[in-house]
Write a new protein. Structure first.
Length: 473
């Protein structure tokens, strides 16, 4: 029997548990209703079909794709030499001025969240749109973060050395807490879209981190500012990046594969990004409200579930981190991998979940973004809601007509399902490439990936289920 036949046989046997486990999962899918306001619910048949497609593609990749081909997929192409040093500082200064204007209009402008540019810019343009583009394209945050330009100016006049040293023993704890507090405000606060309330929160957040960067130097930005840390993680996922001061491009995740393993704090943040995004979907479902003993058709308001939401956010992230770590431990045992501890494996493989997180981020917010982006455009041309038209757009009407046509709705559903499935495919390929690079090619690396592949498939089904679940608010 030929060597290639032996290799195929081993790959098929190793991948068989993946197919078997998700086949049982797919048989348990439930029907659901389809009302969701501006949030379309993925129909059950598309939910099941997308899940089965994810399973089939995963098995095919584990069995048929050669290890060398996987590594070649993530090989970047060098483009042009990067010379931009001062320009990002200038664009950052402009971003700071824009943020100050947003804060001012948040405090003094119209009270309607759908008319005031502050909440529309923060939650729709930035959190939904820019975060997705950061992972889809490249490091846009480097050009528009609202701190680096002003910090550069302050250091230019006061001296380049920070006044204090950032304590190394803090690690990335402050940044993780910063991100968790941001998500807690988004999900649990009683009025996160109130313009004045949001303006005050943004001002406090910006001011704390500006002082930290000035007083403790660049380490604060790298280890304590949670939003920037998440943005840098997504920038590592993006196809456009830099290698040795040259711009380069490749398949999503090539920077993760060719870079060093992230520190433990950043690895943990990768899981928190995925877990927090998933809980953002869970806490809206009928299922979650039923666990809280609430009638989803008579939802009492966010103020009634603040502590339950915070508890659910913490619990879901702890569960995800525990399951992920257990999956890696089992993979190391199955593959009989020596010389690589669980902590090292956690730092190597945690970034491979980012494609799943980005795919669900897109799918979860896609339909609401199509509507709220129209409100953002109106607010941009008439920021004070006085009937002005500064951009010369004429009369702009918000339309939801694309939710009324069966053909257009089918396209929206396909986009949502594709976002989740594509994220799953990239994640599995990336995880396999990381295993080959650090564990070597062959049966051991493949076996080590079976539990992680099952985990990713289950999470893909979970993401599709969230898109198909009826929502209470």
């Amino acid at each position: 029997m030929s060597h290639s036949h032996h290799t195929f046989k081993h790959r098929f046997i190793a991948a068989a548990p993946v197919f078997a486990s998700v086949t049982m999962i797919s048989g348990q899918a439930q029907a659901h209703t389809s009302e969701g306001g501006f949030v379309l619910l993925l129909p059950t048949d598309m939910y099941i079909a997308s899940g089965v497609l994810a399973v089939a593609l995963t098995v095919a990749m584990l069995v048929f794709v050669p290890d060398t081909a996987v590594e070649k997929l993530f090989r970047p192409a060098s483009l042009w030499r990067s010379h931009a040093r001062v320009l990002p500082k200038i664009t950052s200064l402009l971003s700071s001025l824009f943020l100050f204007w947003l804060v001012y209009i948040g405090l003094e402008g119209p009270r309607d969240p759908l008319a005031n540019p502050m909440p529309l810019t923060i939650w729709t343009v930035w959190w939904v749109g820019l975060v997705f583009l950061q992972g889809l394209l490249g490091d846009l945050w480097r050009w528009i973060n609202p701190w680096s330009g002003l910090v550069w100016l302050v250091r230019f006049f006061l001296g380049h050395q920070p006044m204090f040293r950032f304590p190394r023993q803090f690690g990335h704890v402050l940044g993780i807490l910063s991100f968790v507090m941001f998500v807690a405000f988004l999900l649990a606060d009683t009025a996160p879209s109130d313009p004045a309330r949001l303006a005050r929160v943004v001002t406090v957040y910006w001011g704390i981190h500006f002082l930290g960067m000035v007083l403790l130097g660049p380490r604060w930005q790298l280890r304590a500012e949670g939003i920037g840390m998440v943005m840098r993680l997504y920038a590592q996922l993006a196809p456009f990046g830099r290698v040795s001061k040259r711009n380069a491009a490749g398949l999503w995740g090539w920077q993760i594969l060719h870079g060093q393993a992230v520190p433990f704090g950043m690895a943990l943040l990768c899981l928190l990004v995925l877990g927090s995004g998933s809980f953002d979907g869970v806490n809206e479902t009928f299922w979650w409200l039923a666990q809280l003993g609430l009638n989803p058709l008579e939802f009492p308001g966010r103020s009634a579930v603040v502590w339950q939401t915070l508890g659910g956010l913490v619990a879901s992230n702890l569960l995800l981190v525990s399951v992920f770590a257990g999956t890696l431990w089992l993979g190391l045992k199955l593959g009989r991998i020596t010389g690589v501890g669980l902590g090292c494996a956690f730092c190597l493989f945690a970034p491979t979940v980012l494609p799943i997180a980005l795919g669900y981020h897109f799918a979860h917010y896609f339909t609401s973004f199509l509507v709220e982006a129209q409100y953002a455009l109106i607010a941009a041309t008439d920021p004070w809601a006085t009937g002005e038209d500064f951009l010369g757009l004429g009369q702009v009407y918000v339309t939801t007509g694309f939710f009324n046509s069966q053909d257009s709705v089918r396209v929206l559903w396909l986009c949502q399902a594709s976002g989740v499935v594509v994220g799953h495919i990239v994640a599995v390929l990336l995880a396999h490439a990381v295993a080959v690079r650090h564990f070597g090619s062959g049966r051991a690396a493949l076996l080590s990936q079976v539990p992680l592949a099952i985990f990713m498939i289950c999470y893909t089904f979970f993401g599709l289920w969230l898109l198909a679940s009826p929502r209470g608010f």
